[in-house]
Design a protein around this ligand. Structure first.
Ligand SMILES: *Cc1c(COP(=O)(O)O)cnc(C)c1O
Length: 404
């Protein structure tokens, strides 16, 4: 007998680290999601920048089913065909020569920082241990990554945390110059801060950051967990910026909804890791490898990245129109399909409330902090889905202005 599930059951049985929406999604296709009552929602969240080809893409489903009928999991005492194909594709398409696979963004960043620590220790001795990160950054929820993130709200409860991590100001090269020195082993940065409010780095800032890293023999880590896999219209945002990192982390959209993370780097750094120096049980499993391989293939074959700037324009045009009528946003910013609408000073801390009203009106959006509404839809969202979703979002904004 199957158990009837209600939203209240979340509060009954789940450790309360989330406060999920009032409805429970049960089915989805493309960029439309249906809840238990059959109500439909246009999905501008893309599962938080994950479902890069929308929900239930028929060819991803086919790939998953095919792999599921041959080999799910085998353990790292053996390698497997899908993950090696994926490694070849990722190294062929990027600056990297070598890849390590894991299961999430946090794990990828944790690995990147461990790699940087080991390289620095082996090459320069025991004092080169500092990691420079940025205020407002987000790198995941492990002890190491949550400390690297620039938000004490996420980390303060769990102290003591790993030390030797400092924070500079994003897009402020002077603040970096003050903190970086010969004891810095790595600088970790999101080329576009996601959770921190959808803030793209300036091109000149990133290239000066690269120069400072070279000057002090610090490895430059780009956290492209959110900005990667076509989201900016480029496979990785570093290609748009023309600044090449030493280590790049990828996750979220890499699996199109199937959990996988990856760390990409150059040969001379990769060889500093030896057998046994790092590992994970599920990382690099054949199911994840097969699905991620298909995601990359489809993004190329269906010219998905070529359509990103058009979709950016459609969404931003709608947001500007809403703003013309309601004067609700101070700024609309972002790159490609990573878009943030920053609320006016008079609506401070109201992002979450607008998010809830949007759901009531049949559209799913994200927030990034308490003042930014964030849009990270599937890269293949249709013009019609955008139009319908934006009409609903406009209604939600109108009702917000009336009630607020
Ligand atoms: C989501 C995110 C992470 C963490 O990824 P998880 O898979 O949740 O561990 C790290 N960095 C950035 C930039 C992210 O957006």
């Amino acid at each position: 007998m199957s158990l009837k599930i209600l939203r209240q059951d979340f509060d009954k049985w789940m450790i309360p680290v989330y406060n999920p929406a009032k409805f429970i999604p049960v089915y989805a296709k493309g960029s439309i999601v249906w809840d238990q009552s059959g109500k439909d929602y246009i999905d501008f969240t893309g599962g938080i920048a994950v479902n890069v080809l929308g929900h239930a893409h028929p060819l991803l489903k086919k790939t998953l089913e095919k792999q599921a009928s041959s080999l799910w999991h085998i353990g790292n005492g053996y390698t497997n065909e899908p993950i090696l194909r994926l490694a070849k594709e990722l190294t062929n398409s990027t600056f990297a020569d070598k890849v390590f696979f894991c299961n999430s963004g946090a794990e990828a960043n944790e690995t990147a920082m461990k790699l940087a620590r080991k390289v620095a220790k082996d090459r320069f001795g025991k004092n080169k241990i500092n990691i420079l990160a940025f205020n407002n950054a987000f790198h995941g929820r492990t002890f190491f990554t949550v400390k690297a993130g620039g938000k004490s709200d996420y980390s303060k409860y769990f102290e003591p945390l790993p030390k030797e991590i400092q924070h500079a100001s994003f897009n402020d090269i002077k603040s970096v110059a003050k903190l970086i020195n010969e004891n810095t082993c790595a600088v970790i940065i999101e080329p576009i801060q996601g959770e921190g409010g959808v803030i793209p780095a300036d091109i000149s800032f990133l290239s000066k950051l690269r120069e400072l890293c070279d000057k002090y023999d610090a490895l430059l880590i780009f956290d492209e967990v959110q900005s990667g896999i076509g989201r900016t219209g480029w496979l990785y945002a570093y290609m748009y910026y023309g600044v090449i990192p030493d280590i790049l982390t990828s996750a979220k959209a890499l699996g199109g909804g199937f959990p996988i993370g990856a760390v990409l780097t150059k040969q001379d750094l990769a060889i500093m890791m030896n057998v046994g120096s790092h590992g994970t049980t599920y990382g690099g499993n054949p199911l994840a490898g097969a699905v991620a391989g298909k995601v990359l293939e489809l993004i190329k074959k269906d010219k998905i990245m070529e359509g990103v700037s058009q979709r950016h324009i459609w969404i931003v045009t709608h947001l500007n129109e809403i703003n013309k009528n309601l004067n609700i946003f101070k700024e609309i910013r972002g790159l490609g399909l990573m878009i943030g609408a920053v609320l006016n000073a008079s609506f401070i801390n109201k992002a979450d409330y607008i998010n809830k009203l949007s759901a009531e009106h049949g559209v799913m959006v994200l927030i990034a902090g308490s003042n930014v509404i964030r849009f990270t839809p599937a890269l293949n969202i249709s013009e019609q889905e955008i139009n319908i979703g934006m009409q609903r979002f406009a209604k939600a904004c109108e009702s917000f202005i009336k009630i607020k």
